[in-house]
Design a protein around this ligand. Structure first.
Ligand code: FAD
Length: 279
């Protein structure tokens, strides 16, 4: 069982736990993006096992009738083992999901994986007529070109600021610059995309920019935020008729993910400390 505090950020250890969290989100008008925690397998077995777990999750999600989709990390399904292993497993997951009409997101990892990830999504987006989406990162200098490519690929695109500590040769390092680029890229997406835009951010300033662009251009969009982060804001967005998706991690590899959430924000650490000490 996931201990208190961590269970604010992780839905549980099993697919059933995650699905019951999505059920409660759906009651509040929020859709769920299910992510089985795991990354960087260096041997094929772990990657194949997680790919199989995603296939069975897709079947459970489809049978449940819940509003949800899945999100997969390339290194979780074999990218560190080989590009071919990643493609084989992704094809397997996307094939099963297309049959069951479940949407598949592909998370983006560090800059060395961008090309192989986009190539796979480009192929599969065309093959499934847009049942696949991909994340792109505003901190990477290449992203304007990648978005131009993705404008012609069926499927949605999630814009995030970027979670990896990339070298200055390929990425903007200053937060203010990343924020400025994020807004420019959003504007490009709202004017050039008709396949679906996901604003993957908790930042009120990015969300209000997206709201304004929607008002100006009328392009539909959705907002995506993590479980346990600004959940009041998630509900407020639903009340404002914004399509809201919550990224819902689950699985037995929850500790590392929880530790990352606590480290990235002082408020989360204080929240954890208060719950443990009762003050
Ligand atoms: P920040 O720039 O971190 O913060 C800006 C402001 O947002 C803060 O001042 C505060 O007002 C608000 N805020 C931010 N966090 C919190 C918080 N914890 N509590 C309260 N307020 C907060 N990165 C990748 O590299 N690849 C991926 O595939 C990927 N997928 C993602 C999927 C989703 C659904 C989300 C939400 C993020 C994903 N990320 C991914 C992470 C992303 O790149 C950022 O690292 C992360 O979202 C932090 O940036 P931010 O825009 O949310 O806000």
């Amino acid at each position: 069982m996931i201990p208190p505090i961590a269970n604010n950020f992780v839905a549980g250890e099993t697919a059933d736990d995650a699905l019951s969290h999505v059920e409660s989100l759906n009651r509040d008008g929020i859709c769920g993006i299910l992510n089985l925690l795991g990354e960087h397998y260096s041997a094929r077995q772990g990657a194949d096992e997680d790919a199989a777990a995603y296939v069975s999750l897709v079947e459970q999600l489809a049978a449940s009738g819940l509003d949800g989709c899945i999100s997969v990390k390339p290194s979780q399904i074999g990218l560190d083992v080989g590009d071919d292993v990643f493609r084989e497993n992704l094809d397997r997951i996307v094939g099963a999901a297309a049959e069951d009409d479940v949407f598949v997101w592909v998370d983006m990892e560090d800059y060395t994986t961008t090309d192989v990830t986009l190539d796979a999504v480009d192929d599969l987006g065309h093959q499934t007529d847009g049942n696949v989406g991909v994340c792109v990162q505003a901190n990477l200098k290449r992203t304007p070109d990648d978005l131009e490519r993705l404008a012609d690929v069926p499927g949605k695109v999630r814009l995030v600021k970027g979670a990896y500590n990339e070298p200055a040769s390929v990425a903007y390092k200053k937060k203010a610059k990343v924020d400025e680029v994020y807004k420019e890229l959003l504007e490009y997406m709202f004017t050039e995309f008709d396949n679906g835009i996901a604003v993957g951010s908790h930042d009120p300033s990015m969300l209000s920019h997206a709201h304004d662009l929607h008002g100006q251009y009328g392009t539909p969009y959705e907002v995506q935020m993590l479980m346990g982060v600004r959940e009041d804001a998630q509900r407020d967005l639903v009340a404002d008729d914004v399509e809201m998706w919550q990224y819902v991690p689950y699985g037995d590899k929850w500790f590392q993910y929880f530790y990352r959430r606590v480290r990235e924000r002082k408020e989360n650490a204080l929240f954890a400390l208060r719950a443990v000490t009762g003050i």
